[in-house]
Design a protein around this ligand. Structure first.
Ligand SMILES: NC(=O)c1ccc[n+]([C@@H]2O[C@H](COP(=O)([O-])OP(=O)(O)OC[C@H]3O[C@@H](n4cnc5c(N)ncnc54)[C@H](O)[C@@H]3O)[C@@H](O)[C@H]2O)c1
Ligand SMILES: [Zn+2]
Length: 361
């Protein structure tokens, strides 16, 4: 039986469906939201092997003509080259202005397929079917699409809100443990910046017990609401409100880059970035040290790293910081938390503070 779960209106008037068994209904839901007939399903081989058949079948039954396009799995595929190749495959498959792009996969696929949808024939509709926890609670929401360049992450992209997001929590059953855990870095980030109650609930949870579908649906829904609320106040990242979502990301992105996007998963690097941001918050925003310790403890309980390996070059991280878009014009805007459940952008944080926090990791 299909449980369509929660249906919420996200900030920019698209819908997010959360439930169990939704993959077999993708065609029906898509038909309700877009008029296209032809569509590209963009995925990676790991995900396509598991779920593409069901999605294709459901779309075909609903009268769509899907073309499956896969790109190699992983961050290293989030490039302009892959965007070009994908667009060419779409042209060859006869997709036009009336077509639709469906991203079936994690955040890499979501970001890349969204960017493709934003430029193909100057923009066609995009449906997100996130298959990682991180993509469900974070990357599929908010309309930011992008690819990386050798100079840094997400440097080329566009705002392109999806027409629909379909979160089928059953797909998370095949997600490797490490991938599942990294989603909690963004969830804990959301708790720190906006939801002290969720922080407490995560603390009281027995982390070893498996997540039941309903509990997962609730968790995903709650996190989507947090992100949506923040995005709705600052859709184009201009007023500083949306910047709160970058909590832990200044140092986190630099660690990701210093590890050549191989050593740490995004969420793992963000976990370390959160630890650094908490240390800076103690110094510059009055975060009680007890609360910093509680954050570190919670990250650990979800299997996330809170210390850097001893031999990991701190200098490489400091060099990587220079590529951060947030250091525009040499000014540092750093997101701090004075208390779990709230955050703000501070201009008082110095490069020395950041250096010190990285040194302590
Ligand atoms: N646009 C945004 O607002 C935003 C926000 C946060 C993160 N991101 C981006 O998201 C990306 C990270 O996303 P991710 O962590 O989902 O990575 P990912 O897309 O690389 O997926 C992780 C791995 O899990 C595999 N996988 C995916 N779903 C699976 C499933 N259900 N079962 C088994 N294997 C599965 C994939 O093949 C891949 O190997 C980064 O590029 C990051 O920049 C974007
Ligand atoms: Zn992130």
């Amino acid at each position: 039986m299909i449980d369509t779960g929660v249906e919420i209106r996200a900030g920019c008037s698209y819908q997010v469906l959360i439930g169990s068994g939704l993959l077999d209904e993708v065609g029906n839901y898509t038909g309700k939201h877009v008029r296209s007939e032809t569509c590209a399903i963009i995925s990676d081989p790991n995900v396509a092997r598991l779920f593409a058949d069901r999605v294709e079948e459901s779309l075909t039954l609903a009268g769509f003509k899907p073309t499956l396009i896969t790109i190699p799995a992983g961050e290293r595929s989030k490039t302009l080259n892959q965007v070009g190749t994908t667009c060419q495959k779409m042209v060859a498959a006869g997709l036009d202005r009336q077509s639709l792009v469906i991203g079936l996969g994690g955040g890499v696929i979501g970001d890349l397929s969204g960017f493709v949808a934003s430029i193909y024939h100057r923009g066609i509709p995009h449906i997100q079917i996130p298959t990682t926890l991180l993509a469900m609670v974070d990357s599929s929401i908010g309309g930011k699409t992008a690819v990386d360049t050798s100079a840094g992450k997400n440097l080329i992209g566009a705002f392109h809100q999806p027409s629909l997001v379909i979160d089928d929590v059953d797909v998370l059953k095949t997600l490797p443990r490490r991938q599942f855990n990294q989603g909690f870095a963004e969830i804990i980030k959301h708790a720190i910046i906006a939801d002290a109650k969720m922080f407490k609930q995560l603390q009281s949870r027995e982390t070893r017990s498996p997540w039941q579908p309903l509990a997962l649906q609730r968790l995903v829904c709650r996190n989507i609401k947090i992100k949506t609320k923040i995005v709705a106040q600052d859709e184009y990242d201009r007023t500083g409100k949306r910047a709160l979502l970058n909590f832990g990301h200044t140092v986190g992105h630099a660690i990701e880059r210093a590890g050549n996007y191989r050593k740490f998963l995004h969420g793992e690097a963000i976990s370390l970035g959160i630890v650094a941001a908490c240390a800076i918050s103690v110094k510059r925003a009055g975060l009680p040290p007890r609360q910093r310790d509680a954050v570190v403890e919670l990250l650990r309980r979800f299997g996330l790293p809170t210390r850097l390996p001893k031999d990991f070059s701190r200098n490489k991280i400091l060099n990587a910081l220079k590529f951060d878009k947030k250091f525009e014009g040499g000014k540092i805007r750093f997101v701090v938390t004075p208390k779990i459940g709230g955050a703000h952008v501070s201009r008082r944080v110095t490069m020395e503070d950041i250096r010190e926090a990285i040194g302590e990791l």
